[in-house]
Write a new protein. Structure first.
Length: 408
C-alpha cells in the first residue's frame, strides 16, 4: 500500500480546486507593530500587516508583554499539566475572575483556545440538557459547528441572522429544551447579530442562549465586553464565549455564565479535562490585556477612527468593499486565483500583507481580501494601502465599483 500517495493525492486535489493554502513567513516586531519582517526565499523584507486579528495590537502592549515575562520568570514556562492533575494556577483563577467580571457573569472558565471553548463548551452543554434541540446560525464558525456535531443532539440551522426563521423553528420545537448558538460579529462579512431580538425569542420560547463574541471582545462596549455589552443585553445571554487570542492579543479561549453552568462544563467537558492548562505566563498576559481594555477606551476609539478612514479611502478609490458596521473590511474579488494573485502582488510589490480568503472559509465566488485596520495603522499607511490596492486592481484587471456600475 502506498500510504504516502494518499496524502499527496489529497493535497493535489486542493491544488486542482485552487484552494491549496500557502502562508507567508512573518516575524512581528513588537516595537513597530503593524510593521513586520517577511522572510522570503530571496531574503528578508519590511512589510505592513493589514490582516491581523491582534485587532488592537495588544499582543505588543508593554503591560501585556511585561506580565508574560515577569510571570514566566516567577512561575516558569509551562502549566505543569491538566488542571485535574496539577491544580489551578493562581494566574488562571485571576484571569477567570476578570473574564466573569467583564461579562457581568457569576463565573468564567478558560480553555486553551477559542476553538476548544466552542467545541467542548457547546457539545458538553447540549449533551447535559436532556433531549436538547440545538438551533445554530447558518454562518456559525467551524468550532461551533463541531461543538454542535459532537453533541450528537438534534440540530436545526436557522438562516443567518433571520429572526423569523429562528422563531418558526423555536415555535415548531414546542416545549422541549432548546439551545440557540450564534455569534455577535461574523468574521468574514463583518455583520452583527440582533442579540437583543434573539434573546427576546429565546425567552419567549424557553431556550438557552450561547453567544460567541470572539470578534467583538475588547473592541465593543464601554469596557470591551463585546456587542452584547454595547447593546446593553449582556445580562440576557446565558453563556458568552470569547477568545484571548484576537483583540486581547495573547492566546486561549473562555466561556462565562452562571456558576452552575460553568461548573458543569468544568466537570464534564473533555476538551477542558484532558488537556494541559494555559501556562500562568499566558494567563497573566491575557489578564493584563483584559484589565487594560476594561479601563482604557483609547485603543477602541483609535481603531474605530482608522477603520472609518480605510472605508472612506477604499470607497473614494472605487474598490469593491462589502459594507460593514464593524472593524472588518472585506474587499471582494470573487475568484480564488485572482484573490491569491492580488494578495501576492500586494506583498511582493507593495510590502502589504493581506492573506487571501478563499473557499471553504467563504463560499466559492465570494473570495476576498479581509482587511482589519487597527489603532496603529496611521493615516500614511491608510493612504499607502488604498494606492496599492488600486494598482493591484488595475494590473489584474479586477472590476472597480464605479467602473463596474458604469459598464452595466
Ligand atoms: C467566530 C470564531 N469563533 C471561535 C474562533 C476560534 O478562536 P481561537 O482562534 O481562539 O481558537 C474563531 C477563530 O478564528 C472564530 O472566528
Amino acid at each position: 500500500m502506498d500510504y504516502q500517495r494518499f496524502f499527496e493525492d489529497a493535497v493535489d486535489e486542493l491544488r486542482r480546486e485552487r484552494r491549496y493554502r500557502t502562508f507567508a513567513e512573518i516575524e512581528r516586531d513588537a516595537a513597530r507593530f503593524p510593521h513586520a519582517v517577511w522572510h522570503r526565499p530571496e531574503g528578508a523584507r519590511d512589510i505592513v500587516i493589514w490582516c491581523s486579528n491582534d485587532y488592537l495590537g495588544m499582543g505588543c502592549h508593554d503591560d501585556v508583554v511585561e506580565a508574560m515575562c515577569a510571570t514566566a520568570r516567577q512561575a516558569g514556562a509551562g502549566a505543569g499539566g491538566t488542571r485535574n492533575i496539577s491544580g489551578n494556577s493562581h494566574a488562571v483563577v485571576e484571569l477567570e475572575r476578570e473574564l466573569a467580571d467583564l461579562h457581568g457573569k457569576e463565573a468564567g472558565l478558560v480553555f486553551t483556545s477559542g476553538y476548544i471553548s466552542n467545541q467542548t463548551g457547546i457539545s458538553t452543554l447540549a449533551r447535559l440538557i436532556p433531549d436538547c434541540l440545538v438551533l445554530s446560525d447558518a454562518l456559525n464558525h467551524n468550532s461551533m459547528i463541531e461543538g454542535v456535531r459532537q453533541a450528537g443532539r438534534d440540530k436545526q440551522i436557522f438562516r443567518h441572522n433571520d429572526l423569523a426563521h429562528l422563531e418558526e423553528l423555536l415555535k415548531a420545537a414546542g416545549g422541549r429544551p432548546k439551545l440557540v448558538v450564534f455569534e455577535s460579529v461574523y468574521s468574514m462579512d463583518g455583520d452583527v447579530a440582533p442579540i437583543g431580538a434573539i434573546c427576546d425569542l429565546a425567552e419567549r420560547y424557553g431556550a438557552m442562549t450561547y453567544l460567541d463574541e470572539v470578534h467583538a471582545v475588547g473592541m465593543y462596549g464601554a469596557r470591551g465586553g463585546g456587542i452584547a455589552e454595547r447593546d446593553g443585553v449582556m445580562h440576557r445571554v446565558d453563556v458568552i464565549e470569547g477568545t484571548l487570542g484576537k483583540a486581547f492579543g495573547v492566546v486561549g479561549g473562555y466561556i462565562t455564565g452562571r456558576a452552575s453552568v460553568i461548573d458543569a462544563v468544568r466537570s464534564y467537558a473533555p476538551g477542558f479535562i484532558f488537556t494541559t492548562a494555559l501556562p500562568p505566563a499566558v494567563a497573566a498576559a491575557a489578564a493584563a490585556s483584559v484589565r487594560h481594555l476594561k479601563a482604557s477606551g483609547a485603543e477602541r476609539a483609535r481603531q474605530h477612527a482608522q477603520v472609518a478612514k480605510v472605508k472612506r479611502a477604499l470607497e473614494a478609490a472605487g474598490l469593491p468593499q462589502l459594507a460593514t458596521s464593524t472593524h472588518i473590511v472585506p474587499v471582494m474579488v470573487g475568484d480564488a486565483t485572482a484573490c491569491k494573485a492580488a494578495s501576492d502582488l500586494l506583498l511582493e510589490e507593495h510590502g502589504i500583507y493581506i492573506q487571501p480568503i478563499n473557499y471553504p472559509t467563504v463560499p466559492r465566488g465570494t473570495e476576498r481580501l479581509r482587511i482589519t485596520p487597527g489603532p496603529f495603522h496611521d493615516d500614511a499607511l491608510v493612504a499607502q494601502l488604498a494606492r496599492a490596492l488600486v494598482d493591484v486592481w488595475s494590473r489584474l484587471g479586477l472590476p472597480f465599483e464605479s467602473r463596474a456600475e458604469a459598464a452595466e
